[in-house]
Every structure is written in structure tokens, then in C-alpha cells.
Design a protein around this ligand. Structure first.
Ligand code: SAM
Length: 273
């Protein structure tokens, strides 16, 4: 009988975010296929799991898929993990799962952390319908074209982005998608977790003023008709409070707290707007 291919989600930061079932499956599988054997060995060591590891990453996906399928056909059970989060979500695994499913090999998800879902759920933007767009292209022209293609989608958009490209991505999001509410979720589940809220242009101003932008980032962008809420321009949010009698400095302080920003960052964004 053929073995089972398990898709096991692993933590995206906090090592406690792993399910009892994930640990059992990783312990009982004959083989764990992973992107980086050193990284996964560390995770398994942390839980006292000694299952043999084999590398499976974007550069050997084609050859390794064949090899793993061969083993699955012979009855070997394989647990596929990625460096962090859910396999296949902007991570390798599609080729293996598609082929296993086509051959009638049992594929079982072992669900758990996923940055897209964690960031979306905590964003405060509608999760009723969302479009996960993965990473935007790194070249400006292609990035803008990709955003053009997403412009009319009536759903919240979710992107993964690298810290060194975040400013360019925010600038293009503002230019192509316009002033929508944006939530920048950084280092979710980690020590320096933060959620910044504002328009893309405002968040770009905030990040530019920081010495460096580091860590892992997921961007959530409101749908075209998203209610302004706390994603509307900072100036509007401050002015509304001032009109209703709040002293300007208190309004800035309150808006800064709600958006996860410092007073100075709000002040700077207001001046540049
Ligand atoms: N498969 C993973 C998942 O389920 O979340 C995603 C893998 S993808 C190669 C890695 C990207 O996910 C990062 O560059 C970042 O954009 C996002 N990401 C991963 N961990 C994150 C975290 N702790 N906080 C925010 N974003 C994160």
C-alpha cells in the first residue's frame, strides 16, 4: 500500500505554535522533507524528534519530487514541511502534491500557522473575501503591472514582502491602488511583532524615517470600497478628533496609539502629507 504524504505546518516565529498532531506526525513519519535540513533539525531537536530529514527546496523540487513519489508508492510515509508556516503557501510542494493527488496517493494536511491568515485575522480589515497574491514581482514595471491586474478585485488583498523592497511596494500600491487602508504586519508571533495602520503613502513615510526596516512582513490592503475606518489618512483621523474638541496633541497621541505608531511618526506623516 502507498504511504501518506502529510503537509505539516510549523511555527512562523513562536515555537509554541505547533499542534500536538504536527508533533505526532513528524515523529511517526518515515521521512521529513524540508527546505533547509539544518533549520528543521533545530525544530525537531527542540521537540526530541529524530525522524530522518531529506532536503526539498525550489532548486531540487523536480528531481526530489520524483524520488519522494517513488518512496510514497513503495509505502513510505513522508511529512513535508517548509522553513516556516504552511507548505505550498509561497513555498515549495505544489509539484509533489499535484502528482501525488493525481496518482491517488493519500495527501493529508496537518494545519497550523500561516503568516497570511494570522496577519489578515488580526488586521482589522475584512476577511470575508480575500485574495492572497504572494510576493509581488521585484522589478518595478512588473510590480505595477501585477498591481494593475489586482486593482478591481472586490476583496482584501494580502501580499508577502521582503523588507528591502517594502518601500518600493508601498509606493507602487499607493500609485496604482490609491489611498486604501493598509496594514503592515511585521514579525507576527515574534518578540517585535507590530501592526502598522495607515495608507500606503503614510506607512512609507513612517518606514523611511526609521534607521532600517527589518524582519518578516505581510501586507494587507483593503478592498476598493473598504470603509475608511482606521485605515483612512492620518490627517483625517486627527482632524475629526480636533473638530470634536480634542486638543491637537491629544488627537495625535490617540491616533498614534490606534495605528501602532509613535507620536513623532504621526507628526512627520502629517507634515509630509
Ligand atoms: N509558507 C509560509 C506561511 O505559511 O506563512 C510563508 C513562506 S514565504 C517564503 C515567507 C514570507 O512570509 C516572508 O517573506 C513574509 O513576507 C511572510 N512571513 C513569514 N513569517 C512571517 C511573520 N512572522 N510575520 C509576518 N510575515 C511573515
Amino acid at each position: 500500500m502507498a504511504g501518506t504524504l502529510y503537509l505539516v505546518a510549523t511555527p512562523i516565529g513562536n515555537l509554541e505554535d505547533i499542534t500536538h498532531r504536527a508533533l505526532r506526525v513528524l515523529g511517526e513519519a518515515d521521512l521529513v522533507a524540508c527546505e533547509d535540513t539544518r533549520r528543521t533539525r533545530q525544530l525537531l531537536n527542540h521537540y526530541g524528534i529524530r525522524t530522518p530529514l531529506v532536503s526539498y527546496h525550489e532548486h531540487n523540487e523536480a528531481s526530489r519530487s520524483e524520488e519522494l513519489l517513488g518512496r510514497l508508492r513503495r509505502g513510505v510515509s513522508v511529512a513535508l514541511v517548509s522553513d516556516a508556516g504552511t507548505p505550498l503557501i509561497s513555498d515549495p510542494g505544489y509539484r509533489l502534491v499535484a502528482q501525488a493527488a493525481a496518482e491517488g496517493i493519500r495527501v493529508e494536511p496537518v494545519p497550523g500557522p500561516c503568516a497570511c491568515v494570522a496577519a489578515l485575522a488580526a488586521s482589522g480589515l475584512s476577511a470575508g473575501a480575500f485574495h492572497f497574491a504572494g510576493f509581488l514581482p521585484s522589478k518595478a514595471g512588473q510590480r505595477r503591472a501585477a498591481l494593475e491586474g489586482l486593482k478591481t478585485i472586490a476583496a482584501t488583498l494580502v501580499f508577502y514582502e521582503a523588507p528591502h523592497r517594502i518601500l518600493a511596494a508601498l509606493e507602487d500600491i499607493e500609485a496604482v491602488l490609491g489611498p486604501r487602508p493598509v496594514v503592515l504586519a511585521r514579525e507576527v508571533t515574534k518578540l517585535h511583532e507590530e501592526f502598522l495602520r495607515g495608507t500606503a503613502a503614510e506607512l512609507a513615510v513612517v518606514l523611511k524615517a526609521r534607521p532600517a526596516v527589518k524582519g518578516e512582513i505581510t501586507l494587507i490592503v483593503g478592498r476598493p470600497d473598504a470603509p475608511a475606518g482606521d485605515g483612512r489618512p492620518l490627517g483625517e483621523a486627527v482632524e475629526e478628533m480636533v473638530r470634536s474638541g480634542t486638543p491637537r496633541m491629544d488627537a495625535i497621541k490617540a491616533v498614534a496609539r490606534r495605528r501602532g505608531l509613535s507620536k513623532r511618526e504621526v507628526y512627520r506623516a502629517l507634515q509630509s502629507g
